[in-house]
Design a protein around this ligand. Structure first.
Ligand SMILES: [Mg+2]
Ligand SMILES: [Zn+2]
Length: 185
């Protein structure tokens, strides 16, 4: 059995993109979104060496991302594929994408566990030895739903602490947590 660190993508691996104060998507006001073009993709500094060290310690590194803007035609499939191709050149073992809108009843959209369960089957992952790192409450919910340890990156604008096992200010605090936490019994 393998252990894994599951990563959310936008706001965790790469920066969110600011769209101004009047941006609405599917009736919901949003100031920050996923990159809609490859040229908007900005990987957070220091992520690549962190991913390398996780690999050296025997963790699979798997990105689990909702991309509803595909369905809303804000992100076109060619740009999306360019972004995914770039991420696959990083020290990442696999990437799972839910392309469905917010109201679709798919089994993959976080906090539904579909993408993680697919990864578990393919990579033979022991979830009790695994972590989910993300910056949204849905990331924490999905991690908890499947029995991972959960690490919540607090956004700068929010002080709220989630129900995650660990709350951190920057993804780089995650490294010590992953390397020092023993598996739950
Ligand atoms: Mg996110
Ligand atoms: Zn889906």
């Amino acid at each position: 059995m393998n252990k894994a660190v599951f990563f959310d993508r936008d706001g965790t691996i790469n920066n969110l993109v600011y769209r101004g104060e009047n941006c609405q998507i599917a009736g919901k006001k949003v100031r920050f979104t996923a990159p809609w073009k490859f040229s908007e993709l900005r990987i957070k500094a220091g992520i690549v060496p962190f991913l390398d060290r996780l690999g050296q310690k025997g963790f699979l590194r798997i990105i689990i991302t909702n991309q509803p803007d595909l369905e809303y035609k804000l992100l076109n499939i060619i740009e999306h594929k360019k972004i995914t191709r770039f991420l696959k050149k990083m020290p990442v073992d696999d990437i799972y994408v839910c392309p469905h809108g917010r109201n679709r009843k798919c089994l993959c959209r976080k906090p539904k566990p579909g993408m993680i369960l697919d990864a578990v089957k393919k990579w033979k992952i022991n979830l009790r030895e695994s972590f989910f790192i993300g910056d949204s409450l849905t990331d924490i919910q999905v991690g908890k739903n499947v029995g991972c340890k959960t690490i919540f990156i607090q956004k700068k604008t929010e002080d709220e602490c989630s129900k995650a096992d660990f709350n951190i200010k920057s993804i780089f605090e995650a490294e010590e947590i992953v390397f020092s936490t023993r598996k739950s019994s």
